[in-house]
Design a protein around this ligand. Structure first.
Ligand code: CO8
Length: 261
């Protein structure tokens, strides 16, 4: 396969009902160029619509998760060029991915890479992972949600220091400030992400989707509206077969078998 034709995003089965999305451009530390962004969007659209897929794990090949947007591709751009990319529509696809998304951060998650990881619901970091929003060091600023998602994740004073200095932090510091869910030895990263994905894939998919939707949508609503949204979603779940199965299995003292309906 020629270099031009080599896909930079690989999608494969990791386990039953679990898909793995791997960004595979290690020669550029998995930097997001136009082709990679488009391939990621296509993968998430496809996996979102596939009823057999219940959980997705996202990772990168080599030393990086994603080292950010592709700087070579941006260096000589003008504002109209950047506007014409309409990348916010691409990021929306990932932000609105309806199924649980686990980022398995294997190395550098910088700039757009840190922002991509923050689109996930759970972040498992390898011990050698590094996080940061270093855009300031190249004359720009976070542009894929970092100013908002980082501050919501870790609070104003940790977020502002990271963004204003461009400092890169290690996985344990990221864990300490609440930027990741857990840290594991490098060799155990995929095993841990897979185990967690398999565990979640065994749970009722409609309820999982409602938890994600209400938690993320509710975050931007006034409390009373968010609580009303939660109440309605909670009530709606009583229309699912999985609710009958889950409660029936509990009462029968057996393991439930959730079908996703
Ligand atoms: N863009 C393009 N190429 C990159 C990038 C990048 N972000 N990161 C690394 N590369 C390339 C290098 O240019 C180099 O290429 P070559 O071999 O042709 O010289 C190759 O990858 C290997 O890089 P290094 O030799 O630097 O590898 P190291 O392992 O020594 O260092 C680092 C890895 C620490 C990740 C280092 O490469 C680095 O600091 N990269 C830049 C990090 C950065 O500044 N990221 C922020 C980019 S701006 C951004 O993300 C804005 C987001 C806004 C919206 C996103 C829309 C998509």
């Amino acid at each position: 396969m020629t270099e031009a034709a080599k896909p930079s995003v690989i999608v494969e089965d990791l386990a039953p009902h679990v898909a793995l999305v791997r960004i595979d451009r290690p020669e550029a530390r998995n930097a997001l160029n136009a082709e990679t962004r488009a391939a990621l969007v296509e993968a998430f659209q496809r996996l979102g619509a596939d009823p057999d897929v219940r959980v997705v794990v996202l990772t990168g090949t080599g030393k990086a998760f994603v080292a950010g947007a592709d700087i070579k591709d941006m260096a000589s751009r003008t504002p109209p060029d950047m506007m014409a990319r309409r990348t916010h529509l691409q990021w929306q696809v990932i932000a609105q991915f309806p199924k649980p998304l686990i980022a398995a951060v294997n190395g550098f998650a910088l700039g757009g890479g840190c922002e991509l990881a923050m689109h996930a619901d759970i972040i498992i970091a390898a011990e050698s992972a590094r996080f940061g929003q270093p855009e300031i060091k190249i004359g720009i600023m976070p542009g894929a949600g970092g100013t908002q998602r980082l501050i919501r994740a870790v609070g104003k004073f940790k977020a502002m220091k990271l963004m204003l200095t461009g400092a890169v932090i290690d996985a344990h510091e990221a864990d300490r400030i609440g930027l990741v869910t857990e840290v594991v030895p490098d060799a155990e990263l995929m095993e841990r992400a897979k185990a967690l994905a398999v565990e979640i894939a065994g749970l009722p998919p409609v309820a999982l989707a409602e938890i994600k939707d209400v938690a993320l949508t509710g975050e931007d609503l006034p409390l009373a509206a968010a609580l009303a949204l939660e109440r309605k979603a909670f009530q709606l779940l009583f229309s699912t077969e999985d609710q009958k199965e889950g409660m029936g299995a509990f009462l029968d003292k057996r393991s439930p078998d959730f079908k996703g309906r």
